[in-house]
Write a protein that binds this ligand. Sequence first.
Ligand SMILES: [Zn+2]
Length: 179
Amino acid sequence: MAEKTHWKKMTNPNYMGDYSIPEGQDLIATIDYVRKEKVTGVGGKTEEEVVAHFSDGNKPLILNKTNMKTIQKIYKTPYIEDWKGRKIQIYYDPTVKFGRDTVGGLRIRPIVPQQQTVSLICSDCGKQITAAFGKDAEWVSRYTHQSYGKELCAECAQELKAKQEACKAPDPFKKQEVK
Ligand SMILES: [Zn+2]
């Protein structure tokens, strides 16, 4: 079956929406950077929003708190700088509510996306991934993808692991404990 084109895809060139998601499928996108920016909505109102930009040609995605919490959960870091290079799997949830209305919205699956192809290039340093930990290069690529959401060489993987363990910052999304 030929892929169909949602009319909104033709009229909203700026951000990712339900029309960006292939029917019945998820969209996998690689985060380049996340920043605050002014976004003009359909009604012409401009507001500051947190927006994820992708390195793989996908339109930017406006991030709400639910989706940011999901990214934090998958990759175990609340820092947007550490989200660079990570892949997220986006789907359309028709039950998302806005106030009392059911409007539908984009959601991120709480999983590290399945690796589509095994890349042997480290996404942090750009060098070739080589055999390590007594395993071959392909294993290292699959393992780091599964653990960190991006393919890394052994050196970068260890560096990232150390960084994550050292970071004992308070979780901004965690509820305050009631004493
Ligand atoms: Zn590397």
